[in-house]
Design a protein around this ligand. Structure first.
Ligand code: ATP
Ligand code: MG
Length: 199
């Protein structure tokens, strides 16, 4: 790089730094946020659990609800329950190919009843609602009920929602929305889901 290019680069970086510093200085509000992790790519639930881990590492109190996993094993649960994070998991034999719509709705509502308590509890700093989006697209939970509970939560409380095809109302309500796009997935090359990497 010539001396002139190097000077130009330095000036550009300084301008960039000034702009970033100004934005950082402007961001003064501190409050609980709603984070939506959606899209068809891999990494939504792992990012949600990563956020819980981050929060627990700072001594925050978290709660987790899993809306489709049922009896499936979950590595994050094995760790986080030991650290005192309560889990609410859909039981009652929920599966994707179930024909029991009423049973599924009851199972979803039972988990939601626990979530509603967490969302009303100022002692909880962060609530992860893993795979919540499907409960709305399948109409197992009412979007109005979900939106209202999130809106009325304690002001400092964070809510993280994961799942594909997130309902428009939740996207509107959210402060941060990330859509993970699939570029490649090992499954498409015939590699099965593996313990420790996929669950
Ligand atoms: P993860 O739990 O690994 O963060 P996710 O929450 O983004 O994934 P889900 O839609 O909840 O993904 O799917 C759960 C399972 O499906 C995981 O085992 C994940 O590896 C797998 N999966 C995710 N995206 C894809 C994809 N595009 N094609 C095939 N399998 C996928
Ligand atoms: Mg997931």
């Amino acid at each position: 790089m010539s001396e002139r290019d190097s000077e130009k680069h330095k000036a550009r970086q300084q301008r960039l730094k000034a702009a970033v510093d100004a934005k950082v200085a402007e961001a003064r509000t501190e409050r609980g946020i709603v984070l939506v992790l959606t899209g068809n790519g891999k990494g939504k639930s792992t990012a949600g659990f990563g956020t819980v881990l981050r929060a627990v590492g700072h001594g925050l109190h978290c709660a987790v609800a899993q809306f489709i996993k049922g009896e499936w094993p979950c590595g994050e649960r094995n760790v986080l329950e030991r650290l005192g994070v309560p889990f609410h998991v859909m039981k009652t034999g929920f599966t994707w190919d179930t024909q029991d719509r009423e049973g599924d709705t009851r199972a979803a509502e039972a988990v939601w009843a626990e979530v509603a308590k967490d969302l009303a509890n100022p002692a909880i700093d962060l609530v992860l609602l893993d795979e919540l989006t499907y409960m709305l697209s399948l109409h197992y939970l009412e979007v109005d009920v979900v939106v209202e509970a999130i809106q009325k939560r304690p002001p400092h409380q964070h809510v993280v929602i994961t799942g594909r095809n997130c309902h428009r109302r939740l996207v509107e309500l959210a402060d941060t929305v990330s859509e993970i796009a699939p570029v490649k997935h090992a499954f498409d090359a015939g590699i099965k889901a593996q313990q420790g990497l996929d669950w």
